[in-house]
Design a protein around this ligand. Structure first.
Ligand code: DUC
Ligand code: ZN
Ligand code: ZN
Length: 469
């Protein structure tokens, strides 16, 4: 980087005039090659990171999810085996604390060592029969994180209420995918957000709330934040700002089941706008994808019983374009905030900054030449995922990567995807992120009316699909 650089002969020159050069996106939340609910995700670490790169994301952070009773270190090793030779871009790992014993605390400490490079642990307040921790153990897990300088993450939904509502709905004959949303409405999420904040406060621990999906959840976080002694981060998803729960009422099972994820998309039509505003005004700090794709044939396991539909949707590829379209093109956020929520803040929170998430001398050459005029129509027929469904099917987005450089190599080249399997590396994330533990994190804000940023005027340049008026 610099002016008047001496450029060696034969160096490829990419002219970025009229484009934006952004740090590669960081998706803090993926599930690649995961087995859950009797199915295996369609996207593995190759096709998932291929899709990431196609959309401008050059780092993903995936979740190691041990079975109850399984050694966390063993599960971590298994994830490394699945990923190391397949990833097309760099990746890091969070580890799930899905059960508790004193041995788990020891393993958390081991995973936080330099050798393993983990600095974040996820606890589930839902998935009662597989991954859920009760509040007592959630409290201890958070204390352990605090002690280690790691960051506890929670899936905030009340698993007991979901279990009981599911029984009642199925008994009453409500078996179709809409039952999924009905079994876990907004207050079931908001209650758990509040409880997670209270427990984190008792543990004097920072907290990261994954996939916040509703206005009620955001409100619960806003209410709690002024009381918190340590920083609390909120994450929302591409799915949340890019689509909504109306799809659960689609008469086509394939279509409705294709949108089933947890927490669910919300039927309140104001949700996407509210989540975008929460992202823009720093109530919510990051946007991930929760990419967890299942083929139609696997979603079909839940025909006649919504509780058996494997939970998860796509998003790692389209996350950045969806947010640009819904958030930047509408004037809700400016391009700098776009970079913060899609890349820089994740790098800071998970202690990858400034190697990742920043364009500067010394950082990895993970760069996106972003064309704010480039238009495309999202479709499963064209995406780089392995899965046969896309929750954003048919949406036109203006704003997409033209080039994506992964560690100095052009891996998305003006529409041509040129990824290399195994090119990515595992990133060790040291504990005690200065952002989380050093008082640099965002403070509670005083809620104020949302002030829109000036609308940018980029005329469209069409690649595929038809231009929107
Ligand atoms: N939610 C999903 O939809 N899939 C994976 C796990 C989760 O919490
Ligand atoms: Zn979750
Ligand atoms: Zn998830």
């Amino acid at each position: 980087m610099g002016r008047n650089l001496i450029i060696p002969g034969g160096t490829r020159v990419i002219d970025a005039t009229g484009k934006l050069v952004l740090p590669g996106g960081i998706d803090p939340h993926t599930h690649l090659e995961l087995e859950m609910m009797g199915a295996k995700t369609a996207d593995d670490f190759y096709t998932g990171t291929r899709a990431a790169v196609a959309g401008g994301t050059t780092t993903v952070i995936d979740f190691v999810l041990p079975q109850k009773g399984q050694s966390l270190v063993e599960a971590y090793n298994h994830w490394r085996e699945k990923a190391d030779n397949k990833v097309c871009c760099d990746y890091a790992l969070h580890v799930g604390v899905t059960w508790w014993s004193p041995a788990v605390a020891k393993e958390m400490q081991q995973l936080c060592s330099e050798e393993y490079g983990v600095n974040s642990f996820k606890m589930f307040m839902a998935y009662r029969d597989t991954w859920m921790l009760d509040d007592y153990h959630l409290y201890i897990a958070m204390e352990t994180c605090k002690h280690l300088g790691a960051l506890p993450m929670v899936h905030a939904e009340n698993g007991h209420i979901i279990a009981r509502n599911t029984e009642k709905l199925l008994a009453a004959g409500k078996t179709d995918p809409e039952g999924h949303e009905l079994s876990r409405d907004e207050e079931v999420e908001a209650e758990a957000v509040n409880r997670a904040c209270v427990i984190a406060n008792q543990a004097n621990s920072p907290l990261y709330i994954v996939h916040m999906m509703s206005r009620s959840a955001v409100k619960a976080l806003e209410n709690a934040r002024p009381r918190q002694k340590q920083p609390v981060y909120g994450e929302t998803l591409a799915a949340t700002v890019g689509t909504d729960g109306s799809h659960y009422r689609n008469a086509c099972f394939r279509h409705a089941a294709g949108h089933v994820m947890s927490p669910p998309l919300r039927s309140d039509p104001d949700t996407p706008q509210a989540m975008l505003e929460a992202l823009a005004d720093d109530c919510v700090q990051l946007i991930g994808s929760d990419n967890c794709t299942f083929h139609e044939s696997d979603k079909a396991k839940g025909h006649g019983d919504f509780s058996k539909i494997p939970n998860g949707v796509n998003g790692v590829e389209d996350r950045m374009s969806i947010l640009w379209q819904k958030g930047v093109n509408t004037g809700i956020m400016d391009p700098c905030r776009f970079v913060a929520v899609t890349s820089a803040t994740a790098a800071r929170v998970f202690n990858l900054w400034p190697r990742k998430g920043r364009v500067c001398v010394g950082a990895d050459a993970d760069l996106v030449v972003w064309d704010p005029r480039l238009q495309r129509t999202i479709s499963a027929t064209r995406h780089a995922h392995a899965v046969d469904f896309n929750i954003f099917e048919g949406q036109n987005v203006v704003g997409s990567p033209q080039y994506v450089v992964v560690n100095g190599r052009v891996c998305f080249d003006d529409g041509d995807l040129r990824v290399v399997e195994g090119f990515g590396k595992f990133l060790k994330t040291p504990v005690m992120s200065p952002y989380v533990y050093g008082g640099e994190a965002p403070k509670a804000r005083t809620p104020e009316p949302h002030a829109p940023s000036p609308r940018l005027d980029f005329p469209a340049r069409v690649t595929n699909g038809t231009p929107t008026p």
